[in-house]
Design a protein around this ligand. Sequence first.
Ligand code: NAP
Length: 261
Amino acid sequence: MLDLRIAGRKAIVCAASKGLGRACAMALGRAGVDLVITARTKETLEQTAEEIRKETGAKVTAVPGDISTEAGRQATLAACPNPDILVNNCGGPPHGDFREWSVEDWQKAVNANMLTPIMLIKATVDGMCERKFGRIVNITSGSVKSPIPNLGMSNGARAGLTAFCAGLARQVAKYNVTINGLLPGPFLTDRLRSGIEYEARRQNISFEEQLAKRGSTTPAGRVGDPAEFGDACAFLCAASSGFIVGQNLLLDGGAFNSTMG
Ligand code: NAP
């Protein structure tokens, strides 16, 4: 197994009781990282913390709260004031037609998917620079690269975060602090599962049939396993990943059709 050389490092993994955040926390725990994980629902979060402890032996602190609020961020930072690793994640904005979205709807999306990660970066990046080690990974979406028509708020807010980080990443790289994005295509988390369930009901077919249909839209012929996403995150956080700066890694089974990039 590749030694990531981050055992004993401290990480904050946001929105990590389920799905992609949970998978990132699990992979970092496996690499020997001490974890602070967050999510709004206390019971699920504590259950996940216990599962990660059991499976990896890592030290895991669960901090319940809404990471898109100042109180949620302060509680998280109080539990881990000097993280070496920050994995930014939050629930995604709703689908819909932009004609129906108010200023308040947009502010909510921009707050959750752009400003929240920026505020957490602001609180932690200078300490990382001083200590000459930092790995920041933003979980965004394939929609940053290839807009999804009915996910306009996701396309917009996440692209804003990505553009901001493109600049900052190049200012902090000389301190061995990296900022990169991980762009998920379809991964089989609760979020995707509920979309597949909805479509299966609408078309009067089974969950498995709709899952296979969804998977067949990618060249890989399947949807992603969250564990694959978690391992990519851990790789970006490795000691030897300090030269990977300001990149956006698309994990979509080849769905984005291009010669490179
Ligand atoms: P998921 O399975 O629904 O899990 C979301 C996790 O985030 C849960 O642990 C949830 O717990 C937590 N969470 C949500 N809002 C939060 C908040 N305000 N504060 C703290 N924790 C919060 O979702 P996922 O599929 O892993 O998606 C993660 C992110 O990737 C989302 O932004 C999603 O839009 C994006 N994405 C996912 C896919 C995919 O295929 N899965 C594709 C593209 C983009 P609580 O509800 O208890 O807070």
